[in-house]
Design a binder for this molecule. Structure first.
Ligand SMILES: Cc1ncc(C[n+]2csc(CCOP(=O)(O)OP(=O)(O)O)c2C)c(N)n1
Ligand SMILES: [Mg+2]
Length: 358
C-alpha cells in the first residue's frame, strides 16, 4: 500500500502593464516604439468599428452584432503575434482580432449584414469564416494544425473560445486531440466572465480555465487579458512553441465583456452596474495610452490624429458596405438539394415577398 503525491502543478499568470499603465520592465516584450503605437492604434480602430457596427445595427442596416468592447487587448495582442499564413478560427465576438488580421472592415459589416461573402479573407491571410456554434472553433483549429503537420508546413492554428465554450464537449475533445497529437495549436480563451447571462462561477468549479490544459497534457497560462503586452507575449511564446514542434498552449485571457452579450440582449437584467463600473477602470485601451504617454511617445495631438484617422477608415468601410450589392435572398434556400423541393420553394417565395424592398 502506498499513499504519496504523484504530481503537483503550478500555473503561470502574466501581467506586463498594471491598471495604471505602469510596466514591469523585466517582462517587457521586445517591441519597437512604432510597434507599440501600432498595437494601440489597432485597439482604437477596433473600438471605433465596434461603435459604428452597434449604430448600424440600431438603424437596421446590419443584423445582430456582438460587441468586442473591453476585449480589444486580448484580440489585438494575440493577432499581433501571428503571421498571415497562420490560421485563426474566430467566434462571433472577434471583430478586433479580425481587423488586426487585415480582414477588411467593409467585409465584416457585410458578414453581420447577413452576407457570407463578407467572410472572404484578404489574399495570403488565413482567417477562417466566423462560426456561431459555440465550441466548434477548437476542433477546426486542431484539424488544421494536424493537417499542417502532415504537410510539413510551419503554421500555427488559433482556435478562439469563450469561458462558456470551455465547458462544451467539442472543446474538450479538441483539447484532448491537441494534447495527444501535440498539434501546433493555440486555444485563445477570452474569459470575459459571462456566457450570455451565466456567470463564470456557475460555468465551472475550476478556479481558472487555464488549468484545464494540464489534464490534457499541455501548458495553460492565465494572462491579464486587458493588458495587450501580456497577451502579445504569451501568444508569441505559444507560437514559437508550436513552430518548433512543442505542441499546444491554452491561453486564458482574463477580461470582461463591457457591453451586452449581443444587440439582442439586455445585460442590466442579470448583472450589477457596480461590477461593470469596476471593470471599466481596467480598460485596456486607456491603459495602453497611459503607458505610451509615460514613455513620451504619445500625446494629445497624436491621439486626435489617430481618432480622426480611425473615424475616416470606419466611415469609408461603412460606405463601401452600403454600396455593395446585397446578396440574393434566395441564396439561403439554394444549394441544399440538387432540385429544390416544393416546400422550400414556397418558403423562398414567401421570404422574398417579406424582404422585398429591404
Ligand atoms: C452549440 C451552441 N450552443 C448554444 C449557442 C447559443 N449561444 C450563443 S453565445 C453563447 C454563450 C457563449 O459564451 P462564451 O463562450 O463565454 O462566449 P462570449 O459570448 O462570452 O464571448 C451561447 C450559449 C450557440 N451559439 N451554439
Ligand atoms: Mg464569455
Amino acid at each position: 500500500m502506498a499513499s504519496k503525491v504523484l504530481k503537483t502543478f503550478t500555473l503561470k499568470y502574466l501581467q506586463v502593464l498594471d491598471e495604471n499603465g505602469k510596466c514591469d520592465a523585466r517582462l517587457m516584450p521586445k517591441l519597437s516604439p512604432r510597434q507599440l503605437v501600432e498595437l494601440y492604434g489597432l485597439m482604437v480602430l477596433a473600438r471605433r468599428f465596434d461603435e459604428k457596427a452597434l449604430s448600424l445595427q440600431r438603424q437596421g442596416r446590419i443584423g445582430t452584432y456582438a460587441s468586442v468592447l473591453g476585449q480589444e487587448a486580448a484580440q489585438v495582442g494575440a493577432a499581433f503575434a501571428l503571421r498571415g499564413s497562420d490560421w485563426v478560427f474566430p467566434t462571433y465576438r472577434e471583430s478586433a482580432l479580425l481587423i488586426a488580421r487585415n480582414q477588411p472592415m467593409a467585409r465584416l459589416l457585410q458578414y453581420f449584414g447577413g452576407d457570407e461573402r463578407g467572410s472572404i479573407p484578404p489574399k495570403g491571410v488565413n482567417n477562417f469564416p466566423i462560426a456561431i456554434p459555440v465550441g466548434t472553433q477548437g476542433l477546426h483549429a486542431v484539424g488544421a494544425a494536424i493537417a499542417a503537420t502532415i504537410q510539413k508546413k510551419k503554421t500555427v492554428a488559433v482556435g478562439c473560445l469563450g469561458d462558456g465554450a470551455s465547458s462544451e464537449g467539442d472543446m474538450n475533445e479538441a483539447f484532448n486531440f491537441a494534447g495527444v497529437f501535440k498539434a501546433p495549436v493555440i486555444f485563445l480563451c477570452q474569459n470575459n466572465q459571462w456566457a450570455i447571462s451565466v456567470p463564470i462561477k456557475q460555468q465551472t468549479a475550476a478556479e481558472t480555465i487555464a488549468q484545464k490544459a494540464i489534464a490534457f497534457g499541455f501548458e495553460g497560462i492565465r494572462v491579464d487579458g486587458n493588458d495587450v503586452l501580456a497577451v502579445y507575449s504569451a501568444t508569441a511564446a505559444a507560437v514559437k512553441k508550436a513552430y518548433t514542434g512543442k505542441g499546444p498552449t491554452l491561453i486564458e485571457c482574463y477580461t470582461y465583456r463591457l457591453n451586452n452579450h449581443t444587440t439582442s440582449d439586455d445585460a442590466s437584467k442579470y448583472r450589477s452596474e457596480a461590477e461593470v463600473a469596476a471593470w471599466k477602470k481596467k480598460d485596456p485601451v486607456a491603459r495602453m495610452r497611459k503607458f505610451l504617454e509615460g514613455k513620451k511617445i504619445w500625446n494629445m495631438k497624436k491621439e486626435e490624429e489617430l481618432l480622426a484617422k480611425a473615424d475616416r477608415q470606419v466611415s469609408a468601410a461603412a460606405a463601401e458596405y452600403e454600396a455593395t450589392p446585397k446578396a440574393d435572398a434566395g441564396d439561403i434556400f439554394r444549394y441544399q438539394y440538387e432540385e429544390m423541393p416544393g416546400f422550400l420553394r414556397q418558403q423562398m417565395d414567401d421570404y422574398k415577398k417579406l424582404t422585398e424592398g429591404n
